[in-house]
Design a protein around this ligand. Structure first.
Ligand SMILES: NC(=O)C1=CN([C@@H]2O[C@H](COP(=O)(O)OP(=O)(O)OC[C@H]3O[C@@H](n4cnc5c(N)ncnc54)[C@H](OP(=O)(O)O)[C@@H]3O)[C@@H](O)[C@H]2O)C=CC1
Ligand SMILES: O=C1O[C@H](COP(=O)(O)O)[C@@H](O)[C@H](O)[C@H]1O
Length: 491
């Protein structure tokens, strides 16, 4: 049974309350926390957007969303009625003056509550919203603002957002969310590395041949084409989620779990990434865009058809090879790939260890494979250590790869909470450990930007790949040129 640590009473104001993120992720996460009674009934959830709704209209939208998005068996009538009772709505124009006084007056009814302002809008509105909150007296010492990713579109816009928000709030009250950091298995990376010295001793270029990180999605761009086509896979997934995974994997041990101690170590990894200059981008990266194909046997349209036929050059897939310039990682390539409309949803990290320097086994005895540690982030969260073992039988010495396999769900027998559940409660607690600090975001953009520049300098169309495949063949060629191959499970 998971331990529930209650949090203080709060007002959670969600800007962008009628949007996809709020309906699909934030409200279900808050509902789950309410269902476990993690927060008191004096808390309020206040939706803010331009749509012409009142409290009842917002509650009706929320109810429909909860019915649609909550996992089966979790929606209980009485709990739902109580939860909807916590909800309010204010019409607010984030970039104008309409609605602010009414919103701040509602907040002023409970001045002692923690205030969580969740900015689920486009990033251009982050600065204007924070500035208006300050001007209208909506901020106090117990206020925290949550900024959704992506923070900006490039380094300059990220800096401008950070500047505008930082003008009215200290860093300790700014929570730049990357929901991958809230995933249980991502947090478990810290436990794996720093609570298990057996692995930490091996976590070194002397022992590791290379690392792969794959974040594959079955879904296409869906209804988010307007945003996605301006972003692409590098901005949408690599600049944030995948670099965060890389940081947790590659960083040195922090001196404590203090937020800044952890974030200092992550920043060192970002600063140690070998820059990929614009003229080298085509050597170390592959961009792809899905065409029509099939997922789970069902035909699906291509990227451009999902965009109503627009002739887009945006990548829905990217593969990269990168290096971390440090003693620990010198010479160890990190291969990253992510894409939409790949055969299945899976996020995993593969640490491939070096092969024995010399084999004592006769050639016919072995299908020698390197040891691999596979960390499955989602779905079927767990870990698997692949090793060579002797095949049982009297007929000689034959080796075969087998696996020590741990399923976290089977081990702990508990539901894995959605990342937003944990992160929303951390905001109320004021714990920034699992959120990105200003310099992390800016260093990540700083590394990504020359790649974007290189692509812009050679405006070739991304390579096509059929929906349901593992991306363009050039991504396979990229790793195979190094004598390696993308990991495929033993099954
Ligand atoms: N959806 C997702 O899965 C994810 C989204 N994100 C990020 O979260 C943010 C929101 O995404 P998403 O929910 O998909 O976007 P949507 O386009 O679905 O929603 C945008 C929301 O902002 C409101 N809004 C727009 N302009 C204004 C304005 N001027 N004043 C007040 N409200 C405004 C809209 O409501 P109205 O029109 O009523 O004003 C709507 O509620 C984005 O930054 C996105 O990148 C991050 C990770 C995942
Ligand atoms: O931030 C984002 O993440 C989702 C993938 O998240 P996951 O938790 O389902 O792995 C991705 O679909 C979306 O494009 C991106 O903005």
């Amino acid at each position: 049974m998971a331990r529930i640590l209650p949090v203080a009473s709060f007002d959670c104001v969600v800007f962008g309350a009628t949007g996809d993120l709020t309906m699909r992720k934030l409200l279900p996460a808050l509902y789950q926390r309410w269902r476990d009674r993690q927060f008191p009934a004096s808390s309020r959830i206040i939706g803010a957007a331009r749509s012409n709704l009142d409290d009842a209209g917002f509650r009706a939208q929320a109810e429909a969303a909860l019915q649609r998005y909550l996992p089966e068996g979790t929606l209980e009538e009485a709990t739902l009625a109580e939860f909807l009772g916590l909800m309010h709505y204010r019409r607010v124009e984030a970039a104008g003056e309409e609605g602010w006084e009414s919103l701040v007056a509602l907040l002023a009814e409970r001045p002692e509550q923690v205030r969580q302002f969740y900015l689920a809008t486009s990033p251009e509105l982050y600065g204007p919203i924070c500035q208006r909150l300050a001007r209208h007296g909506g901020l106090h010492a117990q206020s925290r603002v949550v900024l959704e990713k992506p923070i900006g579109h490039d380094l300059a816009s990220a800096r401008e957002i950070n500047r505008a928000v930082g003008e009215v709030l200290p860093e300790a009250q700014i929570f730049r969310i990357d929901h991958y950091l809230g995933k249980e298995t991502v947090q478990n990376l810290m436990a794996l590395r720093f609570a298990n010295p057996i692995f930490e001793r091996l976590w070194h270029a002397d022992m590791i041949d290379h690392v792969q990180i794959t974040v594959a999605e079955e879904v296409g761009i869906g209804g988010r084409g307007g945003y996605y086509d301006r972003a692409g896979a590098l901005r949408d997934m690599v600049q944030n989620h995948m670099l965060q995974l890389l940081c947790l994997l590659a960083m040195e041990s922090p001196i404590s779990l203090d937020p800044d101690a952890v974030r200092d170590e992550k920043v060192k990894v970002l600063r140690a990434l070998r820059p990929i200059a614009p003229h080298e981008a085509h050597l170390h990266t592959v961009r792809g865009q899905y065409t029509a194909g099939a997922i789970n046997g069902q035909p699906v349209p291509g990227y451009r058809a999902d965009l109503d036929g627009a002739a887009s050059l945006t990548e829905s897939f990217v593969a990269l090879k990168l290096q971390v310039n440090s003693w620990r990682w010198a010479g160890v390539p990190f291969y990253l790939r992510t894409g939409k409309r790949l055969p299945r949803k899976v996020s995993e990290i593969i640490i491939e260890f070096r092969t024995p320097p010399f084999s004592i086994f006769p050639r016919e005895a072995v299908g020698m494979q390197p040891n691999r540690l596979l960390i499955r982030l989602q779905p079927e969260e767990g870990m698997r250590l692949e090793m060579m073992t002797k095949e049982p039988g009297p007929g000689g010495l034959h080796l075969r790869p087998t696996a020590l396999d741990i399923s976290f769900e089977k081990t702990f027998g508990t539901r894995y909470p959605d990342a937003y559940e944990r992160l929303l409660m951390d905001v109320v607690r004021g714990n920034t450990t699992l959120f990105m600090r200003r310099d992390e975001v800016e260093h990540a953009w700083n590394w990504v930007e020359p790649i974007l520049q290189g692509w812009a300098d050679r405006p070739e169309a991304p390579r096509p790949y059929a929906a349901g495949s593992w991306g363009p063949t050039a991504a396979i060629a990229m790793i195979e040129r190094d004598g390696r191959t993308w990991y495929e499970s033993l099954e």
